[in-house]
Each structure stands twice: as C-alpha cells, then as structure tokens.
Design a binder for this molecule. Sequence first.
Ligand code: KIV
Ligand code: ZN
Length: 390
Amino acid sequence: MTENSHQDRVLIFDTTLRDGEQSPGATMTHDEKLEIAAMLDEMGVDIIEAGFPIASEGDFEAVRDIAKNSRNAVICGLARAQFPDIDRAWEAVQHAARPRIHTFIGTSPLHRDITKLTQDEMVERIEATVAHARNLCDNVQWSPMDATRTEHDYLCRVVETAIKAGATTINIPDTVGYTAPRESAKLIEMLLERVPGADQIVFATHCHNDLGMATANALAAVEAGARQIECTINGLGERAGNTALEEVVMALKVRNDIMPFQTGIDTTRIMGLSRKVATVSGFPVQFNKAIVGKNAFAHESGIHQDGVLKNAETFEIMRPADIGLNATNLVMGKHSGRAALRSKMKELGFDLGDNQLKDVFVRFKALADRKKEVYDDDLLALMRDSDLDA
Ligand code: KIV
Ligand code: ZN
C-alpha cells in the first residue's frame, strides 16, 4: 500500500501520435511512432491514442503495429461516426491486448450545420455508431466534438444516448480552447448531475490551448469529477496545441496536497520523451516551457543561484531528477554572483581561494557584460589568462 493509495486514480490518455501529429508539419514515420508508443507504454501512460486508421494506409499500419507491440497500455484508434471508420479502427486496434475504439461527432450548432443533421438525426447517428463500435469492442470512447460550445440540454441528451448505446468513456473536448477553468469544472459537474448513467462511465477531459488555459481547464475538470486527462507530450497539437502531459502530471504530483489524485506515470521518463518528440516532430520546445523547457531548471541571477546552491527548494518546486534531468543548470551570465562562479569553477576542476576568486570574478563580469551566456570554455580561457598574468 502506498501512502496515497486511497486517492482517486486519474487515467492518462496520450494522443501525441494522433492529435499531436495533426499539427501542421509534425508528421512522424512509422518507426518513429512505434518507438514513441513503446516509450509511452514504459512510462505508464494508461491509454495511447495511436492514430486515425481510416485517414491513410500509413496511419492504419502504425496503429496496427503499435497494437501488436503494446504491453500494458490500452491502444486506441480514432473513428468518425461512420461504420467504415469504426470497422477500420477495429481492424487496426484488435491486435492489442487491450483495444479501444474512440468515435466522435461534432455536436455544437456550428458542426450540426456542417453535417446538415438535425438534432434528432444526430442522436440516431450516435446511437447506431456507438452500438456498432460496442459490438466490436467492449471498450468504447465517445466524444461530442466542440462540447464546450454545445447547448447544455443537447449535450446531456447526446451523452445519455452514447452511454445507453454502450460507451464506457465519455470524453468532453474543448476543441477550440474556448473554455475557462471554472466553466470546465461546471460542465463536468452538470453532466454528472443531470445525465442518467453518468456514474457508470469515466468522464475524460480533452483541452486545447488556444487561450493558454489547457492545463488549468483539464485540472479543473478533474477536480469536478473527470477521471481521464487527454494530453500530448510537449503539448504538441493543432494550433496552440493540447494539454501538455508533463504539466498535468507534475501539477498533480507537486500539488498533491490540494489536488489529491494519483497517476501511474513514471515522471523520471518525462525529459527523455520530451526530447524524443521534439526531435521526431521537428517542433522544438520553447526555452521557458513549463517542466521541459531548457530554462525550466536554469538559474542565472546571483540571488537565485546562491539560494539554490544553499537549498534548492528556495527557487525550485520540483527536483530535476523528478523529470529525469541530472542537475539544476546554473547559467553563468552577467546576473551571476560569486557563489555560483566558485561552484562552477569547482565543477571544472578549480578550487579557487578568495583572492583568486576575486580576480577571476572581475574578469568574468567584464566578459559577461559582452556575452549573453558565459560557457565552460570561456571560463577555462579566463583561468588560462589569469595563470599567464600570475
Ligand atoms: O479536439 C477534439 O475535439 C478532438 C476530438 C477528435 C476528440 O481531438
Ligand atoms: Zn483535439
């Protein structure tokens, strides 16, 4: 029994290989997808959405091969609310030890306009397609796309229909990143309260980051009763991306005191996956990105460096090792102080006495005024120069 074994478990559904790959320009090869899926499985992701099998032959083959190689994770394939899509998704995921079909339809007025279905016609379509998926697979997820812009009464009606037709997970997508945390929470509360059978299924939250609120919206939904978070590594995804896996997982770990939920993620694998996805997708991670950005554990200012050297908790709420990083990065620049310089020099093999430190520090500050960052090689050159002067 772990200390927190009484806490509710939140399932982590990773869609890097489906929604993430939908970012323009982020296409991945078959082998790259297999490698990422294996890493996600090892990391403890509960469900891997491996692709959209009807979208292309390549997508089908990737989902099928990921399903064949899967170990622990549920492998999920996406399908529109159409029989051929659902059949193709099943053909691909049936090889998994634990397969899932995920089918969806846009339910907001904007989407009903596009599909030219009346409310009643759409309900009939949902009933038929979810029942069809359930005949093939006993694990069926259903999503009302653009749920956060769907009328509440109609949303309740379609969710009830999908549950009655056999859906085991109901995902509530904020497709265009339109909602805000309080509203995200209220929507889940409303569905749990009003929809018959809602207590028998798992509610999922699927947020996009158009207003920069994807992580906050996902966490608010969990606090309101959702028990599956849909997310991607590095927040990769269409437009401004999806909820970032590393952000929600670390938020639940670091602030477990106020959000008492458990995930099954081995967080020490976060950095490895972040680097892998950045390389493969060709989408670099922004320097100041939460958790995995180059600067997330870097300190340049003297006060921060001094504090971190004395007690890391002064300016770090997580340990670098928690996400698989070796150490805090003390960046040497014009804001750095003597304590950081002494420590950096020690790392480079120089145990400086007070007088020598004083001398090198003056030279270092002069250099730092001219350069954005002072690298180890610059410091070694400074030491060579000070030896020549001696
Ligand atoms: O954002 C969205 O609505 C989606 C659905 C297909 C679940 O990605
Ligand atoms: Zn999405």
